[in-house]
Design a protein around this ligand. Structure first.
Ligand SMILES: NC(=O)c1ccc[n+]([C@@H]2O[C@H](COP(=O)([O-])OP(=O)(O)OC[C@H]3O[C@@H](n4cnc5c(N)ncnc54)[C@H](OP(=O)(O)O)[C@@H]3O)[C@@H](O)[C@H]2O)c1
Length: 269
């Protein structure tokens, strides 16, 4: 059994992870933390997730929550990532970061920390999106530059970051397929009065209701278009994928890993 600690345990994804772990014979939750101001501090994670009590309560001391763990999984807030990286590095614990919305300064630390611990940063831990990213890379490479690339995403009204980390990962794969740097070609919402230029990658964002996560990448040519889409209808897919990846990560040497490393035989495009 692989022992996991959850960072952001009281959140939507934290609770989905607790439920997924309860269904898994492979994983056991041994530690849980949430923000210091959270009303969930001191509560049992099983109770919070609508299950039987599990004997693990939500704390706010990550070092203590890591003590028994083989691996940590972070689905919290971008502002917490730097401290979580430092705590996992100090404790020599593998870390999977599912949290999105972090800035370039935070991302700059990933490779350094990955020299000391196994680190997997994944804006989307579903197998479907892992495949979609590789399909988008291939399509961007295969189609001529006259095919304009536009990325559309939709999420629930509580999502804080925009465009989603998954939309940005799809944009990065498309840019890489065309030997471009995403930050040089990305356009966040086209503006009235400005024509789209060839080579740009546009992002459009919808927020509302309880949408779990929809992503489409449109390659729009003249007279035809190719559309590649993924629709998530249950956040359990992210939780199951994250636990599968965490179990795999726990057995790896220090290094930087990606979701596609988890499914090497299945995802070949
Ligand atoms: N990789 C994927 O497949 C995937 C899938 C879904 C979501 N996500 C990402 O995962 C993150 C969480 O999403 P969610 O929908 O679960 O959000 P959420 O419901 O807001 O949950 C986040 C939890 O983390 C807590 N938190 C905030 N700061 C913290 C800190 N410093 N240390 C520990 N816990 C802290 C929050 O507490 P407070 O409410 O008190 O701030 C909250 O309980 C987001 O970045 C989201 O984009 C990724």
């Amino acid at each position: 059994v692989i022992k996991v600690s959850i960072i952001g345990a009281a959140g939507r994804m934290g609770q989905a992870l607790v439920r997924a772990a309860a269904e898994s014979a492979e994983m056991r939750v041994v530690g849980a933390v949430d923000s210091t101001k959270s009303s969930a501090i001191g509560q049992d994670i099983g109770d919070l997730a609508g299950l039987k009590p599990m004997g693990v309560s939500v704390g706010s001391d990550l070092a203590a929550a890591l003590f028994l763990a083989d691996v940590a999984v972070d689905f919290s807030h971008a502002s917490a990532i730097a401290a979580n990286l430092a705590a996992c590095r100090a404790a020599h614990k593998p870390l999977l970061i599912g949290t999105t919305g972090f800035d370039a300064e935070t991302a700059a630390a990933f490779d350094t920390v990955a020299r000391d611990i196994p680190l997997l940063v994944a804006p989307n831990t579903s197998i479907g999106v892992t495949l979609l990213i590789e399909l988008v890379r291939t399509a961007a490479q295969a189609l001529p530059p006259e095919f304009d690339i536009e990325i559309i995403e939709a999420h629930h009204r509580m999502k804080r970051d925009a465009p989603s980390g998954t939309a940005l990962a799809l944009g990065k794969a498309a840019a890489e397929g065309r030997d471009q740097q995403l930050d040089q070609v990305a356009v966040n919402a086209h503006q009235s009065g400005t024509l789209r230029r060839e080579g740009q990658i546009g992002f459009a964002v919808l927020r509302g209701g309880d949408i779990v996560g929809d992503h489409s990448v449109v390659f729009a040519g003249t007279g035809e278009r190719v559309s590649l889409s993924h629709l998530a209808t249950d956040r359990a897919i992210f939780a199951r994928g994250a636990l599968k990846a965490a179990a795999w990560l726990a057995a790896q040497p220090p290094g930087r890993y990606f979701m596609r490393d988890i499914f090497p035989d299945k995802i070949k495009t």
